[in-house]
Ligand binder design. Structure first.
Ligand code: NCD
Length: 332
């Protein structure tokens, strides 16, 4: 494994399962480790984040390390025009590793090119989000594993293997065009045998905002619900994502001009109309699971959370253990 974590492409098969074993170890024994004592992790979150930032910070502190960092650029010299490169070069004089979230695809590779310490890509535009995809895959393998100890006692005593993932049928429901977590997870699943990936796409065509029809967004008016139900009834995993409206080439500003009210109404329409609701649960297999990297908006109704197949909070928690495992292997 290279010292930077930029893309899931750099992970070999054995790296994935080694990381999963280490994640299991963190779940069992993490509270007794202090492997990051004396280490400082630089947290540069130049785009909003709740789970990724908190779980990285918690992971560092649980292992005895410390963090410094920034959320957004308004109080950094970037607000005066300093480049990402100079910001990273500076930070890398003070810390042992940098966790970077940025709105531009390729930003973490630019950072890695100048940094004196390892860079972890915590999301770069509509590019990749490798640690999220790894924790998603860990959650899938963990939930599919048949060892009762994992599920009843929360004691992962037998290692996860290919068998826990091979043959998986996954339905991606949401913004499968711009969600970086979907990009990374699809690539990771490419390592496994007999995977079938189905898609229920939920996004505006961005060109519709600037296109020939006078800036009117083209929204999906008809939802092929029958096809959705067929896919849903076959899926082992339903992986839901929100509409990534900040990724559209026209960005948020498509909602902030005079035509915005109309655009926003249509966005709300599609986001409400095409959503995963409790009434859809009846189509789902008994042992299927529902995942969402979060945050959610209207595409997944919170009433789904009480179904035992909904694993979104466990998924979020697993993220902390996996990041503990990753930081320990990179820093100690
Ligand atoms: C995702 C992200 O930032 O890409 N969230 C996360 O890291 N858990 C998903 C999203 O923003 O939709």
């Amino acid at each position: 494994m290279s010292k930077h974590i930029l893309s899931v492409d750099q992970f070999k098969d054995e790296d994935i399962f080694d990381l999963f074993n280490r994640t299991d170890d963190m779940l069992l024994n993490g509270s007794s480790y202090s492997s990051l004592r004396g280490k400082i992790v630089g947290m540069l979150f130049l785009e909003p984040s709740t789970r990724t930032m908190s779980s990285f910070a918690a992971a560092v502190k649980r292992l005895g390390g410390d963090t410094i960092g920034w959320s957004g650029t308004s109080h950094m010299s970037m607000a005066k025009g300093e480049s990402l490169e100079d910001t990273i070069k500076t930070m890398s004089q003070y810390v042992d590793i940098i966790v970077l979230r940025h709105s531009e695809k390729g930003a973490s590779a630019r950072a890695a090119a100048v940094s004196d310490v390892p860079i972890i890509n915590a999301g770069d535009g509509d590019g990749e989000h490798p640690t999220q995809a790894l924790l998603d895959l860990y959650t899938i393998a963990d939930e599919r594993n048949t060892d009762k100890n994992r599920h009843i006692l929360d004691q992962p005593t037998t290692p996860l293997t290919h068998r826990d993932i091979d043959g998986l049928k996954i339905l991606f429901f949401g913004d499968n065009k711009y969600a970086r977590t979907v990009n990374s997870l699809k690539k990771l699943l490419g390592f496994f045998e007999g995977i079938s990936m189905m898609e229920e796409n939920l996004y505006f065509e961005p060109e519709s905002f600037t296109g020939e029809n006078g800036g009117e967004p083209i929204v999906k008016q008809e939802w092929d619900k029958e096809n959705f139900i067929i896919n849903l009834s076959q899926a082992d995993v339903v992986y839901i994502t929100r509409l990534q409206k900040e990724r559209w080439p026209t960005g948020w500003h498509c909602f902030s001009n005079s035509a915005s009210a109309n655009h926003y109404a249509k966005y709300k329409h599609i986001n409400k109309y095409i959503a995963f609701n409790a009434s859809d649960l009846k189509w789902l297999k008994k042992d299927a699971i529902i995942l969402h990297p979060l945050p959610r908006t209207d595409e997944m109704n919170p009433e789904v959370d009480s179904d035992k197949r909904c694993k979104i909070w466990r998924q979020a928690k697993n993220g902390m253990f996996l990041r503990m495992a990753l930081l320990k292997s990179l820093l100690s």
